[in-house]
Write a protein that binds this ligand. Structure first.
Ligand code: TTP
Ligand code: MG
Length: 367
């Protein structure tokens, strides 16, 4: 299972409790104390009384008169949501946030850096507790919606991993509507065939299913019902390189001015690299002359970095060593072989110039 579904536990209430540790063991409702207000969420202790999201606050207080009602502070939840998503993004760029407190992740490309799915999930839960001070629940399963069902089953503060072999058993009792691609229309058609659950869908003869739904859809549904199908996490595109280039208006013949343009490009690209939480290992220089002849030169760095000064030095070195002396039409710099900052592959800058440059970058980025 490479797909994780991460969902924070009683999110708004848990954030509020960070400021009110005295209430930790009491029932807590987040909602306004107004006549028509509804519960946005309640902690698990209030849920034991039957309180749930979207219920009128008045009803909730009848069920649980001792509950403390806290008005929502949405700016705070947005901040914590950002921290949660940043933490998740440090394990893979393939993440699809579903709501403020919930995301799908495809960790199939993260195993070499962070270990198996179970290890990654456990690590996320530990860091969520240690660094953000909140708990979450994580489900892992081969199909995407299976992961969401698993995280729901694991709640609160739990982890449930459904392996490929067990996927089929896990899905069998679920209603067919739980399968991706089964809407009202398909459900009605399946219903007419006497099919209510995923398990029943698996047992029907393929010929009957095809007559009712057509060969294409029947095949897709059988595949999904089997639990083998791998849904795609609609992640942001994975960046393969980050860089900038600029066309020089009048063909540039002054080597010093060319060098100054290059420094500016490297500086801005390095900032973009840090903003994306990435390090680079390869610097590529591109030069084009007035006759559209283009050359590229690249260098592999001793260790991944996002430090402006190191990247400017590498780019300038490439320019010097290229021996370029033609009037320049275009110049560009590009950073490739990217790795997440959180991979821990950067050299440790405990002392020396590297740590000072990193401090300079941090200040520059803030400005
Ligand atoms: P959920 O993840 O659905 O709920 P939760 O995090 O409070 O509890 P759990 O996941 O442990 O079951 O929603 C996330 C937040 O979204 C929730 O804390 C408050 C907000 N929310 C509303 O404002 N209105 C709603 O109807 C729901 C369901 C959630
Ligand atoms: Mg939640």
């Amino acid at each position: 299972a490479h797909i994780l579904h991460v969902d924070m536990d009683a999110f708004f209430a848990s954030v509020e409790l960070l400021d009110r540790p005295d209430l930790r063991h009491r029932p807590v409702i987040v909602g306004r104390r107004e006549p028509r207000a509804v519960v946005t969420t309640a902690n698990y202790s209030a849920r034991q009384y039957g309180v749930h999201s979207a219920m009128p606050v008045a009803t909730a207080l009848r069920l649980c008169p001792t509950a403390v009602v806290i008005p929502p502070r949405h700016h705070l939840y947005r901040q914590y949501s950002q921290r949660v998503m940043d933490l998740l993004r440090s394990y893979t760029p393939r993440i699809e946030p579903v709501s403020v407190d919930e995301a799908w992740m495809d960790v199939s490309g993260s195993h070499r850096l962070f270990g198996g799915t179970g290890r990654i999930a456990a690590e996320i839960r530990r860091r969520m507790r240690d660094d953000v001070a909140l708990t979450c629940s994580i489900g892992a399963a081969p199909p995407k919606f299976g992961a969401k069902l698993a995280s729901g089953r694991a709640k609160p503060d739990g982890l449930l991993i459904v392996n490929a072999g067990e996927g089929a058993g896990f899905l069998a009792p679920l209603p067919v509507g739980a399968l991706a691609g089964v809407g009202e229309h398909t459900r009605a058609a399946l219903h007419r065939l006497g099919i209510e659950t995923v398990g029943q869908l698996r047992e029907i003869s393929p010929a009957r299913l095809q007559r009712s739904l057509g060969a294409a859809q029947a095949a897709v549904l059988v595949e999904r019902a089997s639990g083998r199908q791998q849904a795609e996490v609609a992640a942001a595109r994975v960046e393969r390189s980050i860089g900038k280039e600029t066309a020089v208006p009048v063909d540039e013949t002054d080597p010093e001015r060319l060098r100054a343009v290059l420094v500016g490009l490297a500086d801005r690209s390095a900032a973009a690299l840090r903003a994306a939480d990435l390090l680079t290992r390869t610097v590529v220089l591109k030069l084009r002359d007035g006759a559209f002849r283009t050359i590229t030169r690249s260098v592999t760095l001793p260790a991944p970095t996002a430090t402006t000064q190191e990247l400017i030095d590498a780019a300038q070195d490439l320019l010097t060593r290229s021996g370029w002396d033609r009037p320049t039409r275009l110049i560009g710099v590009r950073f490739a072989s990217l790795v997440p900052t959180a991979s821990g592959l950067a050299r440790d800058p405990i002392w020396g110039a590297a740590s000072q440059w990193r401090a300079v970058d941090a200040v520059a980025d803030r400005i």
